[in-house]
Design a protein around this ligand. Sequence first.
Ligand code: AMP
Ligand code: ZN
Length: 112
Amino acid sequence: MSDCLFCKIIAGEIPSKKVYEDDLCYAFYDIDPQAPTHFLVIPKAHIASVSAVTGDTAPIVGHIFEVIARLAGELGLESYRVVSNIGPQAGQSVFHLHFHVLSGRDMTWPPG
Ligand code: AMP
Ligand code: ZN
């Protein structure tokens, strides 16, 4: 999608600090970290949010969770939180599906 920030990051048109990449997904550090470790994992296909996931694209989401588990292990994250905001009221600001992975500090529940 030409006017999507995260599609531009995937295409290399906007710089990012890469954590991991494969055919289906891209992981990079958040530009405004909310925890000592904070990276995002996104599908290379443009999907607007969790609410736009279909039977066809659900395997990509499954793959992303496999990647998150592997990266967390490689980075030595013992405890972490995976978050996906859906819609503006929930805090979504970029409308390309992404999973935040946050770690390295105490976290509260429920989230604000
Ligand atoms: P959300 O608010 O849940 O849609 O998350 C979007 C996230 O993208 C925020 O945590 C932003 O800090 C992050 N973000 C925005 N622009 C960039 C960028 N150029 N590089 C890395 N992260 C970004
Ligand atoms: Zn996109």
